[in-house]
Design a protein around this ligand. Structure first.
Ligand SMILES: Cc1cc2nc3c(=O)[nH]c(=O)nc-3n(C[C@H](O)[C@H](O)[C@H](O)COP(=O)(O)O)c2cc1C
Length: 274
């Protein structure tokens, strides 16, 4: 690509002469690895700015009834599995151009519920059929008399659990049952995942996405910025494609022993190119 084409990617992406000069000052001194890293970093930065334009989960913008629709991705996790799945799903929705907000249930303001149009719940079960700590408040609220009717809400629940426990995915079952009783409509049926959850969760995630795609994509266009493809795909988009069963092959850039020459411990500084 010539300098001119690179410079004129479109009216919203073109660099000013000053910006172009600044970029040209920096890039010749960078190694290919640094350029690759910078590309991912900038893409991530842009994604953060896109997300920042969404209405905040608990902020005043969200409380005023907004005609814009988006998915609220609520997760309740004790040891990180549900959180990681929710983060991966957020990246998948971003890549599909569907506006989504990722919210830990512990940070969710329950009065926001009646303003939601679409909720996706990803929640594990702990103790003996108990909700993870972060999910307890919302779980209890939904079971209480204070819970509002939710006739305009569409939702779907993914449960994480372990079928060797007596109360398998109990928290997910509770959320699913309560939301339906309050009048909300299932986007797709709840899926209860056992310890090996990659495949079942990915199938559920795709089914939800397929169902909401048309409805939410059109409405959320104003939130989506088409990124110029500078080089590598953004980390969040790329990350969504990889899993335990489909690992990303990365090259080792450095592996340097950082313990003393005579130490029996072999502790290393490792750099991996993503
Ligand atoms: C102490 C403990 C208690 C658990 N109790 C249950 C249970 O009652 N029912 C169930 O289905 N899974 C149970 N699990 C399994 C977890 O739900 C499962 O490991 C899940 O993937 C954890 O997700 P998280 O990391 O998002 O919390 C339990 C796990 C632990 C460590």
């Amino acid at each position: 690509m010539s300098s001119n084409t690179q410079k004129n990617l479109g009216s919203t992406t073109a660099l000013s002469d000053t910006q172009w000069a600044q970029l040209n000052q920096l890039t010749p001194s960078l190694t290919p690895a640094q350029l690759g890293w910078l590309s991912g970093y900038l893409a991530g930065l842009a994604q953060t700015q896109v997300t920042a334009t969404l209405p905040q989960a608990n902020g005043p913008a969200a409380e005023a009834s907004s005609p814009e629709k988006f998915i609220t991705l609520l997760y309740g996790s004790q040891t990180g599995n549900a959180k990681a799945l929710a983060q991966g799903y957020k990246a998948k929705l971003d890549a599909a151009g569907i506006a989504a907000k990722l919210v830990n249930m512990a940070d969710y303001k329950v009065k926001q519920l009646k303003n939601e149009s679409h909720i996706v719940v990803i929640v594990s079960t702990h103790g003996e059929g108990d909700a993870p700590d972060d999910a307890v408040e919302l779980h209890d609220f939904l079971a209480s008399k204070k819970a509002p009717k939710l006739p305009n809400l569409k939702f779907s629940v993914l449960g994480l659990g372990d079928s060797s426990y007596e109360f398998f995915c109990q928290t997910a079952k509770d959320f699913d049952k309560k939301l339906a009783e309050l009048g909300a409509t299932r986007i797709v049926n709840r899926v209860d995942c056992d310890v090996d959850y990659d495949e079942a969760s990915a199938t559920w995630a795709q089914q939800v996405l397929d169902k909401v795609q048309d409805e939410l994509k059109a409405k959320s266009n104003s939130h989506v910025v088409a990124m110029p493809h500078i080089g590598k795909p953004t980390l969040s988009v790329a990350a969504a494609q990889y899993s335990k069963k489909n690992p990303f092959t990365a090259s080792l850039l450095a592996s340097q022993k950082i313990t003393g020459r005579d130490s029996v411990k072999d502790i290393r500084h490792v750099e991996i190119s993503l």
